[in-house]
Write a protein that binds this ligand. Structure first.
Ligand code: ZN
Length: 277
């Protein structure tokens, strides 16, 4: 943060707090006449604000957002190789480099799920016809039916572990998600489904990414997708490509829509986060 942006940043922080109960931990400031810029930039603060607004709009207003998230503290932290991390009432974004709007929504979706004791991702798993079975996943591996290397994920076409159950968690994902890999599980599925729902078919900061997630299944085997991954896309199309390429036809889109429109009854939340003094 530049010293000249101090006032602007303070106002943005106050607005995030007042409107959405989101606290950004400011790592910038002045003491003894010396300015500490911290890791945040003004552009990132704006990006965060815009991404939160996309969630607020999708949820039907700030009261709903506050009810769902129950207050969130956002900080930049050294979290290793991850872009972000989240628990209930808490989102961390990597101090190394910047973050995308997609990452913000993904992490806030985790915080939402966490505020309901990770029950929302369980509801998604059920709704989409999926289940988690490390036992069954183990059988697939031993039988050589897994699209991984023998006992680990691979980094070449047809070996990323995209088939149901062929991931670390033994997560069998049911109806078509926008993607899957070794790290996929119901919790990641929920966060990605929320981001896809918010971006899909719109013209916002998530829309291009959402579109790219789907169009790659029309590529030929061996072609490079918009994320620079080469894979056997034709083999995966039937598991991921929605009817007529329309993501709103998937159970995941329907699930998030039902969730934000109140058609699915929410489980008991953990309760409101007490603001720091
Ligand atoms: Zn995640």
């Amino acid at each position: 943060m530049e010293r000249s942006d101090f006032q602007y940043a303070q106002e943005k922080l106050a607005q995030l707090k007042a409107d959405y109960q989101v606290d950004v931990v400011a790592d910038w400031g002045e003491s003894d006449g010396k300015w500490t810029p911290g890791a945040w930039t003004k552009a990132e603060l704006d990006k965060l604000y815009k991404a939160i607004n996309l969630m607020v709009d999708a949820m039907g207003g700030k009261e709903k957002f506050i009810e769902h998230l129950g207050g969130v503290t956002v900080r930049k932290a050294d979290i290793g190789t991850h872009g972000g991390e989240a628990l209930a009432h808490r989102v961390s974004l990597s101090i190394k480099g910047s973050f995308s709007s997609w990452t913000v929504v993904h992490e806030f979706a985790h915080a939402w799920d966490a505020n309901y004791n990770w029950r929302l991702s369980r509801l998604l798993e059920k709704y989409t016809g999926g289940f988690t079975s490390p036992f069954l996943a183990g059988i697939l591996k031993v039988a050589g039916l897994s699209d991984t290397e023998r006992f680990r994920p691979g980094k070449k076409p047809g070996r990323y572990g995209r088939k149901p159950g062929c991931n670390r968690a033994g997560y069998f994902y049911g109806d078509r998600p926008s993607g899957s890999n070794w790290s996929f599980n119901r919790v990641e599925d929920f966060a990605e489904s929320v981001a896809m729902y918010i971006g899909w078919g719109k013209n916002n900061d998530l829309s291009e990414h959402a579109q790219k997630r789907i169009v790659r299944y029309q590529l030929k085997n061996g072609e490079k997708d918009p994320f620079n991954i080469v894979d056997n896309w034709m083999e995966y199309a039937r598991r991921f490509y929605p009817d007529n390429g329309d993501y709103t036809k998937t159970k995941r889109w329907r699930f998030v829509d039902d969730l934000v429109t109140g058609k699915i009854e929410l489980p008991q939340a953990r309760g409101r986060h007490l603001a720091r003094p």
